[in-house]
Design a protein around this ligand. Sequence first.
Ligand code: ADP
Ligand code: ZN
Ligand code: ZN
Length: 807
Amino acid sequence: MNVASVIVDVPAMQTDRTYDYSIPDEWKGSIVPGMRVVVPFGPRKIQGFVIELKEKGEVSKLKSIVEPMDLIPVLNKELLALGSWLTEKTLCFKISAFQAMLPAAMKAKYEKFLRLEEGRNPGELHLSLQRFFQDGKEVSWNAIEESGMLTLVHKEVKNGSVEVIYRVKAKGNKKTVRKLYLNVPIDQVDEVKDGLPPQASKQKQIIEYMLDAAPGGDGILASALTEVMATTSSTIKSLVHKGILVEKNVEVYRDPFENKTFEKTFPLSLTSQQEEAIRPILSTIDQEEHHTFLLYGVTGSGKTEIYLQSIQRVLEEGKEAIVLVPEISLTPQMVHRFKGRFGDDVAVLHSGLSVGEKYDEWRKIQRKEVKVVVGARSAVFAPFENIGIIIIDEEHETSYKQEENPRYHARDVAIYRGEFHQCPVILGSATPSLESFARSSKGVYGLLTLDKRMNDGPLPSVDIVDMREELRKGNRSMFSTNLFEKLQGRLEKGEQTVLFLNRRGHSSFIMCRDCGFVLQCPNCDISLTYHRFSNGMKCHYCGYEEGVPSTCPECTSEHIRYFGTGTQKVEEELTKLLPDARIIRMDVDTTSRKGSHEKLLTAFGEGKADILLGTQMIAKGLDFPNITLVGVLSADTMLHLPDFRAAEKTFQLLTQVSGRAGRHTLPGEVVIQTYTPEHYSIELASNHDYNRFYQQEMMMRKMGSYPPFYYITLITLSHEDLMKVVDISEKMTAFIRSKLSDTTIILGPVASPIPRIKNRYRYQCLIKYKREPNLGSTLKTVLDQFQQQYASQGLTISIDVNPYMMM
Ligand code: ADP
Ligand code: ZN
Ligand code: ZN
């Protein structure tokens, strides 16, 4: 094979295709599909992925590959195919799909240099540039940039005096250490020692030590040797010089769990409910079939033990396992459970790791040094080749959807890979997404249920407090009397409280504090969003608009206002009301430093505080015996987000948070404060009634033509010029309308909920459809034609198939 088809690292419409390059003779046979290569592209040298090999190129004169960047392919056949599938499903560039599957460390970095064109001399350049180019050397781009002379250089490049060179940097960055090895056969050691001059006693000691400490020819860290022997590097150098010791640079993995030991755990004997749930999984594993299961089990019902024992079966068959958990619950506790069972066979991938650490974990997978990977969303691309099970814990979490290109959902990728490897995919949750539960009701997924908690304990009792009542009684504080009294009680008994503040959707809607009325769109059954920019209320699904009311349209109260409070404010008030309480606050501000999340949780677990106050991030994974009270300060904030999943998210969150109380022997209590106690998502969460919630929410989705009854695709356009974006959006929507069937609903174009970001105006169009065979090709045409035509004028189009973020 003489020619390689390459996808180049230029994420743009025009370059989203393969380019043919000839393979230089010395690389023939060693360059294969899935490898990264350096190729010339225009004036530059850039990275690309080899997709296939062929005998002949499409054009006769081909440029040739400069060099391979890998010795073994980084993408195997399956992942190459998966890349094409992702491209098609999410309408992303091929290069973005491939890069999404690899650790960030492997993304190409380019260094830019400048140098004089041949035959030119520095004297011809602008006076202030001459010193840089004096001796004909390459000048780094940064040096010019820092001295503020880029525009001058730009002119020189234009008139042909200076050229820009790109060089691909970083081929991954392995960490190495310096090690020393004894280079003398054991039976000759004495001889060698005798041959040393008498005053070289230190050298002799070192030889003896090496013989002792590393008898099997294992090396010793150079740094350790100098320290242990209290010697200098020159003494060691002289031994190396004489050929008695050899020095090597050895690759080591950066181990994020280096200093932790994991106590070995063993399979528990399963309860009869667990037995029943695991049986179909095991038989699917044994029969090497693909099937997707929804493991629906209340919190604490023993789902994780089912994961562990299923994985064990997979390992016994000589296969590998992928476990996905939401970023936020990749807590030490979670990692512990997998490492405790499978020890060093486990790699962990999450965003808390440095780029280098992630790269090392990925390499362990690629080299088949581990069998299990536990990680966040992108771990679904783990380069295993013999996968026996894929597990997605907390499958309802929206963080499984990537919100940038490629906009993939890990669940879809998992099912793709499950089919390829003919293995089961397990989706676990106490509050399954509506989509997944609907699929299991229709028999598309197998439904496995665990409805008993392991400790047979009752679910905590939940009080709903109507904050409108509180106001009427004259309580203007953010704590209801009920919650406050319970809080005081815990302090007296020395038990712990978790206070949860839902901050998402901060002050974006308007609510009446007297009657709980929230302004709704008359056409869409979705709350209107307050727009500071235009000082009006807007529906961003259909575009309906009205002014901000000064009195409540329902009860004429004047207490109608924006909603939202920050954690900091809550902490201040708590300190005022309960000066003796020890409080730990967890939010983006207090957890931004690496490891701080873990530190705060550990401190709380050790009883160093009475109250843990936080946002979303404390809703999961917390499992401490002394927590007996959970308070939700305002259950409504998320409920009124302009998102058709608002009720579902509220239900899930409240259920999650309530699950934090009374997980062990002490009984738990939950207090939910709300201005809309009658909303079904709040009422049913307080009864722990998923089934009724599902029924009710399905009805709402059916009425609103939302998933799982309809598929949706969201197109967002942005441009600096408002008139322009409106104009193009209208043309685009009209074009789409003309191509799709009559049963498809097309909403918009209307301004996006966040109508301007970074001075760019945003417009959107929402497509709802049941069956739309033309959608893929229509959207591709939109990208091709509209993007092509208007890109140079600064327009961007983003298409989100099955969006989870409606903003
Ligand atoms: P989930 O993942 O559904 O929240 P867990 O797997 O964390 O539930 O189980 C809750 C608790 O019950 C854990 O402490 C776990 O070790 C324990 N557990 C699970 N299965 C069994 C079993 N078969 N026998 C005894 N304890 C179990
Ligand atoms: Zn009112
Ligand atoms: Zn509307």
